[in-house]
Design a protein around this ligand. Structure first.
Ligand SMILES: Nc1ncnc2c1ncn2[C@@H]1O[C@H](COP(=O)(O)OP(=O)(O)OP(=O)(O)O)[C@@H](O)[C@H]1O
Length: 257
């Protein structure tokens, strides 16, 4: 069953000169899938993620997320939908500096007034799954990049969202921490059946996914599915990226290992 259905969605930014950022894009994301979205700088990835996040809406076309059309929501309903059904992970972690690891992670449940026992149970499980038990009382400034991103992933998962949206989650991490985070996301996807959509410039990160959707100039360009080994998938991703072109700087974060 599809958790995301986009039918001919377009997004035009109004301004002195109107800009067509997404042009007649259609795609589906299956429940339980781990999808990467790739494309050159300016191809519309952030615009698309903003629409999937329900913080922006298509100018035309229909976008259904978990069976509902967010365009029908009031601002309050949209906020509730995001809080209950979506999780977000960003490149720069976005942790609250005054709170500890465990306080950051449990924050979405605190805000939703969950019972204390339920909060504690979910927190302990996630601290264990994310290998953060030793740093649970630390503050974000005392963490490595990998620990900070794992904390952010914990915060994004604690309310058990159906869809996790990740924007360059490994963009600020070294290769070892990136690998840890990608293996964790892959594990979350397989074990919890959480659907994940990840925007990335990094073909290594994309090779952890089941499918990569490539967009160019706001339009569908190609998509490939992982069929075999991750290393082979990585090679096929590089092949499509070379066809896709774009600015060489777009690949500045690529690590060839
Ligand atoms: N608020 C806005 N107003 C007008 N144009 C915008 C706005 N936001 C983005 N754009 C334009 O829409 C196009 C798509 O931008 P978007 O940020 O979605 O691309 P991207 O693929 O995420 O790029 P990058 O990889 O560099 O982050 C770009 O040409 C950009 O200049």
């Amino acid at each position: 069953m599809a958790i995301v259905e986009a039918r001919n969605i377009s997004k035009i930014y109004d301004g002195k000169v109107a800009h067509l950022a997404i042009n007649q894009l259609s795609f589906e994301v299956e429940q339980g899938e781990f999808l990467a979205i790739m494309g050159p700088s300016g191809s519309g990835k952030t615009t698309l993620l903003n629409m999937l996040s329900t913080i922006d809406e298509p100018t035309s076309g229909t976008l259904t997320i978990d069976g509902v059309d967010p365009q029908q929501f009031t601002a309050k309903q949209a906020a509730l939908f995001r809080r209950e059904r979506l999780g977000f992970v960003f490149q720069d972690f976005n942790l609250l500096p005054a709170l500890t690891v465990e306080e950051n992670m449990v924050l979405p449940l605190t805000l939703a007034n969950y019972p204390v026992d339920e909060m504690k149970g979910r927190l302990d499980q996630l601290l264990y799954d994310l290998h953060l038990e030793d740093v649970r009382k630390k503050q974000p400034t005392e963490l490595s990049g990998g620990q900070a991103q794992r904390t952010a992933i914990g915060r994004a998962l604690i309310h058990q969202p159906k869809l996790l949206l990740a924007d360059e989650p490994t963009g600020n991490l070294d290769s070892k921490s990136s690998k840890d985070v990608l293996e964790l996301l892959s594990g979350v996807n397989k074990e919890r059946q959480t659907t994940i959509i990840m925007v990335t410039h990094d073909p290594i990160a994309a090779s952890y996914c089941d499918r990569v959707l490539f967009i160019k100039d706001g339009e569908y360009f190609n998509e490939i599915y992982k069929e075999d080994l991750r290393q082979t998938f990585f090679q096929r991703i590089l092949n499509v990226l070379s066809l896709l072109g774009g600015n060489v700087n777009d690949l500045s974060t690529v690590r060839l290992s």
